[in-house]
Design a protein around this ligand. Structure first.
Ligand code: FAD
Length: 380
């Protein structure tokens, strides 16, 4: 598929693939075992200009297509899902600031995230507002030249290590129209970061709850300088974010297939490599086919986004299909490896644990079906 890309972008993918094989993949298991966010790898990506590939050049991005960005994400995820997720989540925050911020916010707040000097975080979920994000209750009350934020944001990827938080809070009445978005500093007075969640996978990617207690956020940090546009910003960012997760999930699935195939060629039973048994080769064939379909779907959605079409439905379709595929493929990879697949001697059990959460965050796969169903009802 890569051969359909322009020459320059194909060369970029070759560089990324070589970098991932050399620097990223060999260190992934250790970072996950130590529950350590690999900030030094993220900084390397910034130096390689890989953190803002699809952002406009006037804020420090590379101005490349979303499709190219996703192919790079997939390569990163093949080596280390936590690192690919870091780029994807940081891009969510950057997008909110770049696409909806005032010109001053675009330059002073979006640019450092696009350039990877700042790591971004996107704070929408709350303990009582997950799938029903529009019911969020964190409040932002205007008080002179500040907004006073009070409430709790849950499940913040990069909570405690981010340099820029994009926080959604209620400035008005109930429902989506009462929500606004704010750019919050990590050392914001009144902000407390709770201990990281103890997760089953993506253990190198810190996830934490943020508590705001009457935190005075300067009024010029209201994104877009306008109240009530926050939910639209959150949903628009999630369209792109869901494609990011699609690519990351596909990369994790591909890594699982690569490992399973390599093992099946080497491992002998009954005097033959197990890949010779139809029961194993059919499993591998299904895994490869499903991954190719997943890749095709996210690339097509990205191409439509690049062409300026409304993509909400296809973004949900890609997220649903790619993450369900990653779950199936990683589960089958464990099966191909037999007993050792269930141990930490091989990475496939980690891939399986990583794939699971991708069916949950950025909208569970039930919510993706809900979005797709609504589009079908409306005929859009
Ligand atoms: C590792 C991790 C990282 C995360 N990172 C972030 C982040 O950076 N920023 C952020 O804002 N959030 C983040 N999240 C939160 C994530 O987006 C939510 O967990 C997710 O949206 C689901 O919300 P919930 O956990 O409250 O589940 P709930 O909404 O309580 O859902 C529970 C179950 O009910 C189902 N359900 C709910 N409503 C419906 C419905 N209408 N129809 C059918 N089924 C339904 C769900 O699909 C799910 O199976 C992260 C979560 C995790 C686990």
């Amino acid at each position: 598929m890569v051969h359909t890309l322009p020459e320059e972008e194909r060369e970029l993918l070759d560089v990324v693939r070589a970098y991932v094989a050399r620097e990223v993949a060999p260190r992934a298991a250790e970072a996950e075992a130590e529950h350590r966010f690999p900030r030094e790898r993220f900084d390397e990506l910034a130096r390689m200009d890989l953190t803002g590939l699809a952002f406009p050049e006037d804020v420090g991005g590379a101005g490349l297509s979303y499709r190219t960005y996703l192919l790079v994400l997939e390569e990163l995820a093949r080596g280390h899902a936590t690192l690919a997720l870091a780029v994807s989540v940081s891009s969510l925050a950057a997008y909110a600031l770049e696409a909806f911020g005032t010109e001053d916010q675009r330059q002073s707040l979006a640019r450092p995230v696009v350039e990877g000097r700042h790591l971004g975080a996107y704070c929408l979920s709350e303990p009582h507002a997950g799938s029903d994000a529009a019911s969020l209750s964190c409040r932002a009350e205007r008080d002179g030249d500040v907004y006073r934020l009070t409430g709790t944001k849950a499940w913040v990827t990069h909570g405690g290590v981010a340099d820029r938080y994009v926080v959604f809070a209620r400035t008005g009445g109930d429902g989506p129209k009462g929500i606004s978005a704010f750019a919050v500093d990590p050392d914001q007075p009144g902000l407390e970061v709770h201990a990281p969640e103890q997760k089953m996978g993506l253990t190198g990617s810190p996830t934490a709850m943020l508590g705001f207690d009457d935190a005075p956020v300067p009024a010029d940090r209201l994104i877009g300088g306008e109240e009530g546009i926050g939910f639209g910003i959150a949903m628009s960012a999630l369209d792109g974010g869901r494609l990011g997760i699609s690519a990351v999930a596909t990369g994790v699935g591909q890594a699982a297939l690569d490992t399973a195939l390599g093992y099946a060629r080497e491992r002998e039973q009954f005097g033959r490599p197990i890949v010779d048994f139809q029961g194993v080769s059919f499993l591998l064939a299904d895994m490869a086919t499903q991954l190719e379909a997943a890749r095709t779907l996210y690339k097509d959605a990205a191409s439509r986004r690049d062409a300026g079409y409304e993509v909400s439905k296809v973004c949900s379709m890609a997220k649903l299909f790619c993450t369900d595929t990653a779950m199936r493929v990683t589960t089958d990879a464990v099966q191909v490896l037999g007993g050792v697949g269930y141990t930490r001697d091989f990475p496939v059990e980690r891939y399986l644990r990583e794939a699971k959460v991708m069916q949950i965050f950025e909208g569970t796969n039930q919510i993706q079906r809900l979005v797709i169903g609504r589009h079908l009802q409306r005929g859009t």
